[in-house]
Design a protein around this ligand. Structure first.
Ligand code: RB5
Length: 154
């Protein structure tokens, strides 16, 4: 759906792959906003995850892509925001399932563990796979409804 706006950001570990994937998104026709950093100088991943996650959480943007070394710091930070479902994906099938089952609106790539070809294939799978809905929609609704007592499990 190339009319969608996609935000992309990284830390220094994800910088090179961010540049490659941002170019790929633009080639595919996506309205792509690169929120930094502008070089591979050392930065703190949370500063960049907050900016992307805040805008996805508010509904200002529908989708985001974040990259750091393992993907973990970016995902921890982004998933603190309501309505953000940030999925770390290290192969295309995980990205597909993150869309199909979890309606992942933020893709997180572990840039120290995937090369450009793998990253591109993961991104493509995430872009191409629709959310399945149905029972998965019920499960997603429960993510933001923590249990208050054991009785609620019944
Ligand atoms: C930076 O060295 C590294 O900690 C970061 O890219 C990421 O892997 C954190 O989760």
């Amino acid at each position: 759906m190339p009319s969608q706006k996609i935000l992309i950001a990284s830390d220094h570990a994800g910088y090179a792959l961010k540049q490659q994937l941002a170019a790929r998104l633009r080639t595919l026709g996506y309205d792509t906003e690169d929120l930094g950093p502008a070089s591979d100088a050392s930065v703190d991943y949370a500063d960049f995850a907050h900016v992307v996650a805040k805008r996805v959480s508010s509904g200002e943007s529908q989708r985001g892509v974040l990259l750091c070394g393992t993907g973990l710091g970016m995902a921890y930070t982004a998933n603190r925001y309501p309505h953000v479902r940030a999925a770390v994906a290290w192969e295309p099938e995980i990205a597909s399932l993150a869309r199909e089952h979890n309606d992942a609106n933020v893709l997180v790539l572990p840039a120290r563990f995937v090369n450009e070809a793998q990253g591109t294939a993961i991104l493509q799978a995430w872009l191409d796979t629709p959310f399945a809905g149905g029972r998965h929609a019920r499960r997603i609704e429960k993510i933001e409804r923590p249990l208050h007592s054991p009785e609620e499990l019944r």
